[in-house]
Write a protein that binds this ligand. Sequence first.
Ligand SMILES: [Zn+2]
Length: 103
Amino acid sequence: MVHFTCDLCGKDITSSGEDRFVVKMEAYPGFDPNEIKEEDLDDPMEAVADLVHRADEFAGEAADDDACRRKSFRFDLCPSCHRRFVRNPLGKTGASVLKFSKN
Ligand SMILES: [Zn+2]
């Protein structure tokens, strides 16, 4: 029997007989760091310099925290954590996370 625990609260989902919910998330840049923008074409030389500079910056960032890589996440959640998650997927504080009660 495959064993699942909730990735948020650590509850043993399998043995408690509760339903398991799966959350998948992906994070990736919404821009292309190597893209040449229209305004760059006014001055081709500057555009190339810009591009090199941007690529440098980007490489630096990538080394830091994988910012430019596509990252995917998968979580197993118990029903109550799933309920909380869909109400506030980003875990914002101050968001209307109403009526969530711990069991
Ligand atoms: Zn949970």
